[in-house]
Design a protein around this ligand. Structure first.
Ligand SMILES: [Zn+2]
Ligand SMILES: [Zn+2]
Length: 142
């Protein structure tokens, strides 16, 4: 992801843009599923950025407060998970076999929405889209 764009997003949320915030935002953007603070920490490490785990927690909390990030608590999971706060706007690919879900990158309907708004004079507020199928592992089982 472009550095400038990450900077912009962080500043738009009201936080100061720092190297560690940019890196954490970038990691969450690249993840196709929610990540725990430990996972973010490990990923930072593999990118050669050494932050201590409490800084990672603090940064994630600050970003959650500013609605940049969403904190999920999943029943039966002791760790909090973090994902990007794409407000009402995330599409998932769902496996009907194993129920694995994967977020789809980007939104395929953005230009369609614009055209539809023009055509119908509606003010479009959003849409829903989930895609179902079988993942490679499930497909190969049959
Ligand atoms: Zn599957
Ligand atoms: Zn969409």
């Amino acid at each position: 992801m472009e550095k400038a764009e990450l900077n912009k997003e962080i500043r738009a949320s009201g936080l100061k843009s720092t190297k560690s915030r940019c890196a954490i935002l970038d990691i969450l953007k690249q993840n196709d599923r929610p990540a725990s603070a430990d996972e973010v920490y490990m990923e930072l490490k593999s990118r050669g950025i050494s932050l201590n785990i409490s800084t990672v927690y603090r940064t994630l909390d600050a970003m959650t407060e500013k609605n940049l990030v969403k904190k999920l608590s999943i029943t039966g999971e002791s760790k909090a998970l973090f994902e990007l706060n794409a407000i009402g706007h995330k599409h998932y690919l769902v496996c009907l076999g194993c129920r694995k879900t994967m977020a789809i990158e980007g939104c395929p309907l953005e230009s369609f929405e614009r055209e539809l708004a023009e055509e119908t004079d509606f003010v479009i507020e959003g849409h829903k889209l989930d895609i179902y199928g079988y993942c490679p592992e499930c497909r190969n089982k049959t």
